[in-house]
Design a protein around this ligand. Sequence first.
Ligand code: GLU
Length: 319
Amino acid sequence: MKDLSQLKSYIAQVYERHRSNNDGVVATYIPELGKANPNHFGISLVTATGEEFSVGDSQQEFTIQSICKPLAFLMALEQHGREETLRHVGIEPSGEAFNSIQLDALNRPFNPMVNAGAISVANLIKGSSPEAGVANFVKRLSQAAHRELRVDQAVCNSESETGHRNRAIAHLLRNFDIIDGAVDHTLHQYFSQCSVLVNSRDLAMIGATLANIGANPVTHDEVFDMHFVKDALSVMLTCGMYDFAGEWAYRVGLPAKSGVAGGIMAVVNRQLSIAVYSPRLDARGNSVRGIQVCKDLAEEYGLHAFDFMNFGSNFIRAL
Ligand code: GLU
């Protein structure tokens, strides 16, 4: 039986193993993201019982980017319920790039993990004023991370100034009445959500809150409605890793979401979360070292949801 202390030392080993890998490039299409130090590398683990472990640059902040998407989807479900939310966004993998401008046969975005879907979801939770909607989102994420989070205004402005494609997507959605009101209000919500600053430890704590069915493992506050946590985890499993989603589900088998700033948050249901920060990305937009770390851990510990070894459940018993 493998226990938590073994897992911690294995994480430290995996960190050393992949540390010297300099493959991939930092995203620059949002100019401000190009300023990231490509060498940064942090791994964090938080269990559903609140045990924490980190190695490397786990305090280094970066913007959450697309990892905000499943969390925003969860909030939309809480506010509007399943039926209404799914009138505005589908749950089908698109097989298209994250910034694809395509919609499904009902003129909905394919799923909440592509930009079109996330913009539609941002519209559902945007609040009565631009400030209120963003403040509410940051507050919920802070509760999940158990730390006061904030928006990086420089990244938000950088994306707002250059995000013409997202602007085009939003106008297309407005044309089909998938989103309502002022397009700029929705985009402000979306760009701000993507610009929340986190570190790998925050992501692992947020992931552990999902693993713990919505309750933060340290404070025990019910941050997310437990009825909708499975909705978020399902779309993470099927659509969370860009064009690598199918391969990821097959090889790693964990609900996860990556972001273009270099973060990955992976969840082992009911047990733990692993988060990695390393800003060098592969051609599909996933963190190179992040993918390797998750693959190694899933393989060594049988974390794949359908692995016959699935030793994961032993961590809880070992505590
Ligand atoms: N804010 C980014 C965009 O809309 C998020 C992309 C990502 O992390 O996948 O382009």
